[in-house]
Design a protein around this ligand. Sequence first.
Ligand SMILES: [Zn+2]
Length: 349
Amino acid sequence: MPSPDLLKFRTAIDTFRAKLEDECVVVRDSQGVEDLRNRFLSRKRGFVTLLFEELKNFETGEKPVAGQLVNDLKVEVQEKLSAVEKRLKTPAKTRAEIDLTLPGERRPWGAAHPLRLFQREIETIFLEMGFGIEDGPEIETDYYNFEALNFPPQHPARDDWDTLYINDDLLLRTHTSPVQIRVMEKCKPPIRIIIPGKVYRRETPDPTHVPMFFQVEGLVVDKGVTFAHLKGTLEYFLKRLFGDKIKVRFRPSFFPFTEPSAEVDMECLACGQKDPACRVCGGSGWKEILGSGLVDPQVFKNVNIDPELYSGWAFGMGIDRIAMFAFAVPDIRNFYENDLRFNRQFHLK
Ligand SMILES: [Zn+2]
């Protein structure tokens, strides 16, 4: 059983050993090595010298054990210091010594995400038509997400837009429409914008639903804007995106923030309107692509734009849905799995 004195001695030696390790790493020149040598080995006050002096306090039985410990430390200090001196004398590799013929480190290549490809394409088409691109917060107040868009608190249409709430008033936006309100509050017409962005719904993931997805909305406000402008612009947009020959139809619908409203269908790309058993269009030959309509006068009143003077139209479209349709992707969750083998397959044009 070693005495408490010996245990203390051993701990002190371990502490000096750790100190030596730390200091050797930061030594930068021969003066630094000399300083270190003095602190550990100087004949008067060096750490090792002082430890040797303590040996006389040990009982005869423990003296050789303690002596061995200090001696080991002394050897270690000498070896470490020579190693540092050697390191300092070795010059750093010069440029000429780097072998440029060796193969470089290959970094794995990424790929533009299929949803991003589609979003960019959509942005390009609208930018060319003179639209601007707007952005807004993903955490919204009930007012901007619902009320200002004509969804009063008990409106049944809120059920279709069920979302994730942060508290009674804050929620994750269910559409990018709040940005339309924000833009109309701060800008005077004419307004011509699209708003691409992430939106949230309280959905359980399945092949056609995820709780977060991408949407793009558009808004035009000016004097004398009619349904004909809406129809002409959206038809042009879809033909640019899917080709001149594509068939498009407008179908009456309902949205709280537009009046009249229309859903836009496109001919089914999967079956070419020929397969009564088609799984993409359910045999109807048509696929719903986007919702649209003339801005409800009440929405204009909410943002202090005079509906007698101005009119406008808006549309909203799920980028994921369109990409699934265009790329024949059977499961929306594929977009969010970050599998490069999937992501690399897609190209536009
Ligand atoms: Zn079909």
